[in-house]
Write a protein that binds this ligand. Sequence first.
Ligand code: AKB
Length: 320
Amino acid sequence: MNNILVTGAAGQIGTELVTALRQRYGKDAVVIATGRRTQLPAYIKNSGPFCYLNVLDKNQIEETAFENNVDTIYHMASILSAVGEQKPQLAWDINMNGLYNVLEVARTYDISVMWPSSIAAFGPDTPKVNTPNDTILRPTTIYGVSKVAGELLAEYYFQKFGVDVRSVRYPGIISSETPPGGGTTDYAVAIYYDAVQKGSYSCFVREDTILPMMYMPDAIKALVDLAEADNSRLTHRVYNIGSMSFSAGTLAESIKELIPDFTVKYKPDFRQEIADSWPQSVDDSLARSEWNWEPKYDLHKMTKEMIGKLEAKFSKDKDF
Ligand code: AKB
């Protein structure tokens, strides 16, 4: 990997991915791209090559890839599940045409592609516990539909044109750097922010809602490990990756261990139905055996780090 392009660099995963990739491969090796209307933190924008890029404009992707001699694209730009249900046409357009454009440029210039799929590719008919890698994919959200179609498109480009495209099905990702934008699993991030800032949280899913989750350092590690994996060991293009599964209530309890006065109210909204359509845990044995996937964090370790980081972040903000 010599020259990497990251789309969606201002997003929840994008911002931390860029920092990790620049540390690993050198700051000049990673070109980052965001849509024109996105605010990118100055420390990221100024830490290496940067450009504005509309993933719906194939020529722009092509020019950026060509000018920077790009050999790998991490295509992170996406509309998530909750916003997708509010704006299904936009979600389809960005998620499908964005991926199609990236794959077309990859085919033309022999570029490898890393692209995140999601547990949203599963649906209410999928086995809920320890969901297998190869199983029923009949999602009920437009985001999930775009992930299934994207997985098939990626597979097609690999089989037909030999494009080296690889993907992980992300669970909900929890992080303290950049808040997520418009997903169903956002409650698992917002709960930490509100615990630290307000001491209380109003949760938009039921207390007994169990979903698979992952802490950001593991999410980044998964993508980088898969990108660097020996292709001859890979039997799939798309892999389940598991880390931890817990209910909203258990998450609240883990926060209460550190902030004893923390209180939570549960007020489910339209996102409950989306959460109920997803698995509670996934079987990631394929990823473990083919590219040595192994997460480092559990709920307790993550909660301790999240609270420490958010307390530091907000006390720094107060100093200014
Ligand atoms: C979402 O909630 O939409 C995402 C996802 C699970 O892909 N975080």
